[in-house]
Design a protein around this ligand. Structure first.
Ligand SMILES: [Fe+2]
Length: 337
């Protein structure tokens, strides 16, 4: 395959603009775990939102094929996330210049050759030492099927199946960093899952932009330690404690304390990329929407055609893993350490 387009920014913002992005994180104050993302009624109810990535991470031990107990692996990739802006809803003061960053908008135009760019979301990820982000592709969006209402693992499998491209809304993603982090490289696969990844270092006020819905990527481990993830449990929070310190809390109890420079902080920007205003309108007005039922029926029919399913349709539990394993071809893990 051709190398996937990606755009680098160095610097991304003015010095004052970059300092604001750090202050925004501190003033946001409290970050919850990604595992608190909602799951949805219907197929896969109760599964983790990114069952696809979790399943692969646990099966392979991550990019470096490490062999660790399940609770440790789960804690490693259960990082902290909050949303700074959603559509026109700017949830933190000062996020405007990042949300409407002209360099991101222009790169997004070039990425898909689609001129109408609509910034959709800005969110921040925080990882503590010992954490990493399992290799994955991001949750794409289709007309009628999106992450707010439908299972994320299913939407990812839909994209990898290639069966629903006429309904897909291409999304450009910028990932920005606002400190120098030792470890925690952004590892991505611009030449496809079968080729070697690029491990991009995290440097203050820099960014990359690409189609992260199609390009596999992850975050390498932030510091080689298991001590700080041993006590991590779903439901904990990461809180800014002032004076360059962050605390992991379980209710009122403080479980661990970190200095700013020990964490990994990234801010992601996502924008819809439309061909023209008519397409933008069709998306907004829900013309020609897919339904989850029709999507699953189409995928089951395809699994039958491929010989993956014969006879009666399997239970949802079996079907879900068949969908993930058939369509999402992850990069192989490196030789076990
Ligand atoms: Fe991602």
């Amino acid at each position: 395959m051709a190398t996937a387009a990606h755009f680098a920014f160095d610097p991304l913002l003015s010095p004052a603009g970059a300092a604001t992005m750090v202050r925004i994180c501190e003033s946001f104050g409290s970050f919850k775990m990604y595992s608190e993302e909602p799951t949805f009624a219907g197929i896969g109810e109760g599964l983790p939102a990114r069952w696809d990535a979790v399943r692969n991470f646990v099966k392979t031990g991550g990019r470096f094929g490490r062999n660790e107990p399940l609770p440790v692996l789960a804690a490693r990739t259960n990082y902290f996330r909050e949303t700074y802006a959603y559509g026109t809803d700017e949830r933190v003061e000062g996020i405007g210049p990042f949300l409407h960053h002209e360099g991101f908008v222009e790169a997004a135009r070039q990425l898909f050759g689609r001129p109408v760019i609509e910034p959709a979301i800005v969110y921040a990820n925080l990882l503590v030492p010992g954490q990493e982000l399992a290799v994955h592709t991001d949750v794409p969006e289709f007309r009628g099927v999106n992450r707010k209402h439908h299972p994320q693992w299913l939407i990812v499998a839909m994209h990898h199946s290639g069966l629903f491209e006429p309904w897909r809304m291409p999304i450009a993603t910028g990932v920005a960093w606002f400190h120098d982090c030792s470890g925690g490289e952004f590892a991505f696969y611009p030449d496809g899952a079968d080729a070697a990844p690029v491990a991009h270092p995290v440097r203050y006020n820099t960014a990359l932009l690409m189609d992260t819905d199609s390009v596999f990527h992850g975050v390498d481990r932030v510091a080689e330690t298991s001590a700080s993830v041993a006590g991590l449990r779903p439901g904990m929070r990461l809180r800014f404690a002032g004076d360059g310190r962050w605390q992991m809390t379980d209710g009122d109890a403080i479980v661990a304390e970190y200095r700013w420079q020990e964490l990994r902080y990234s801010v992601s920007w996502k924008a819809y990329c439309f061909t023209d205003a008519a397409e933008q309108r069709a998306w907004r007005e829900n013309v020609d929407d897919l339904t989850v039922e029709a999507v699953v029926d189409r995928l089951v029919a395809d699994l039958r055609a491929r010989g993956v399913i014969a006879g009666a349709r399997p239970s949802d539990t079996v079907l879900i893993d068949l969908l993930i394993d058939t369509y999402i071809r992850y990069p192989a893990a490196a030789v076990a350490a």
